[in-house]
Write a new protein. Structure first.
Length: 265
């Protein structure tokens, strides 16, 4: 593999350090991630508790493993929904253009003008705090992002000779879009998806930290940081390890996005 793809492989490595334990947690965790053992509170990292314990004696490694299910899962689902809806709307705007393009882009700009936190608060007002709220807020924030990048790529590809030739021989719009244009747009959509996933994870952690996301006793990385914020000086490992999990995934997917961008050149 050429050296220029080093960011891609570094990104995969950093993300895998967290993704693999998260997948394993679907079947096994060393301790019950929600069981409290007050007699074990604030145990430092050891051979028994690899990442130590928190103020309730819960094993941090098990909680980080289990918390990844929600932090990573919510982020992935939100990006997938945003990519699907935004991709369809962006493809329609870029392929058909004219008034449809103007209408959809004005809607995208209107949504994009609102900060994500305001969308989250609006979702909380409608749905109440919880995982669905965070998923909806992040997905809505991602729709205009994918709309714009898909529209730009469809407009560029729509002017290429192979598309003009397909139209000339009477190919249907569906065939032109699915067989000719979309495959040539996937590289940039993948790049954006990787970058958006990193941003979505940060958004999920931030909203959970504010108490708008995953509710106790279920763990999530952002909520774990909120619960131990008063004990950082007494037991720094309670802050360091959840923060490292977030940082590794965000760094990993940003590097993957950079690697895919370089690979596509």
């Amino acid at each position: 593999m050429p050296r220029k793809n080093l960011p891609l492989w570094l990104g995969v490595f950093f993300a895998a350090l967290v993704l693999i334990p998260t997948i394993v947690s679907l079947f096994y965790t060393p301790f019950d991630p929600v069981a409290m053992r007050i007699e074990n509170q604030f145990q430092p990292p050891s051979s028994v508790h690899w990442f130590g314990t928190d103020q309730y004696g819960r094993d941090l490694f098990s909680r980080i493993m289990a918390g990844g299910q929600r932090s990573l899962g919510i982020s992935a689902a939100a990006v997938a929904v945003g990519m699907f809806i935004g991709g369809i709307l962006g493809a329609a705007a870029g392929y058909y253009g004219k008034r449809l393009d103007q209408l959809l882009m004005r809607l995208a700009e209107a949504f994009h003008a609102f900060p994500s936190i305001l969308l989250a608060l609006l979702a909380v007002a409608i749905l109440g705090p919880g995982e669905a709220t965070v998923l909806a807020a992040i997905a809505i924030a991602n729709i205009p992002v994918f709309m714009k990048i898909t529209r730009a790529n469809f407009m560029q590809q729509g002017k290429q000779e192979y598309v003009l030739a397909a139209r000339a021989i009477g190919a249907s719009d569906w065939r032109i879009v699915t067989r000719h244009i979309l495959p040539n747009c996937m590289r940039m959509i993948q790049v954006q998806a990787s970058a958006s996933y990193a941003a979505a994870l940060l958004a999920e952690a931030s909203l959970s930290y504010l108490g708008l996301g995953v509710q106790p006793p279920q763990p999530s990385w952002g909520r774990m940081l909120r619960e131990v914020q008063a004990f950082g000086g007494l037991a720094p490992w309670t802050v360091i390890f959840p923060g490292m999990a977030i940082a590794l995934v965000v760094l990993g997917f940003n590097l993957v996005a950079d690697g895919l961008r370089v690979k596509g050149k």
